[in-house]
Ligand binder design. Structure first.
Ligand code: HEM
Length: 150
């Protein structure tokens, strides 16, 4: 947990909200440009882009604040996302990096080296948590792997 990071991150979120910028539009354009084959997995981009963007930001901010709800939310996210097909971990990483990049682009003059470093630290923590959740689900409930009879 880092109070200084949380304060810097809150300042970026406030700046983007004050500017009235909804980063999900540019974020999803960028994501689909990088992974065009994924576009078809989304039935309702308008609804999902709101939730995916908000939750990604909240998870990083929550990690900075040491919030205990982040882990169960990440574990649930990784589980429900199994319904969307086998998503390579690189796509999670890219989505998180693009979220931070778009936030930075929208945050104007409040974005500086310290703000970027704070977001990147917690982006890294979120990526690590997603890996851990995937590994735990895989060992608890392997999908598509024939189960040995006991
Ligand atoms: C930290 C990263 C992510 C977060 C927090 C997140 C969060 C969410 C949430 C909250 C929903 C809405 C679920 C619902 O309403 O039932 C959703 C839907 C979805 N997400 Fe993510 N997501 C993330 C990364 C990804 C990535 C990397 C992909 C890769 C393509 C992806 C693909 C999808 C798809 C296909 C849907 C369903 C869309 C639809 O049916 O319209 N997500 N996500």
């Amino acid at each position: 947990m880092s109070e200084a990071d949380a304060a810097r991150m809150e300042a970026s979120l406030t700046a983007v909200a004050d500017a009235g910028i909804d980063i999900r539009h540019a974020l999803f354009e960028r994501f689909f440009a990088a992974f065009p084959e994924r576009r078809a997995s989304f039935m309702v981009v308008d609804a999902s882009s709101r939730r995916m963007t908000d939750e990604t930001l909240q998870m990083m901010f929550g990690l900075a604040k040491g919030e205990g709800w982040v882990w169960p939310l990440v574990a649930e996210l990784v589980f429900t996302h199994r319904a969307y097909g086998p998503l390579p971990i690189a796509e999670y990483d890219a989505f998180i990096d693009m979220t931070v990049a778009e936030l930075g682009a929208a945050a104007g003059t409040t974005w500086n080296g310290e703000a970027a470093a704070a977001w990147q630290r917690h982006a890294g923590a979120l990526k690590a948590m997603i890996r851990r959740a995937r590994a735990e689900w895989e060992s608890a409930m392997p999908v598509g792997t024939p189960q040995p009879a006991d």
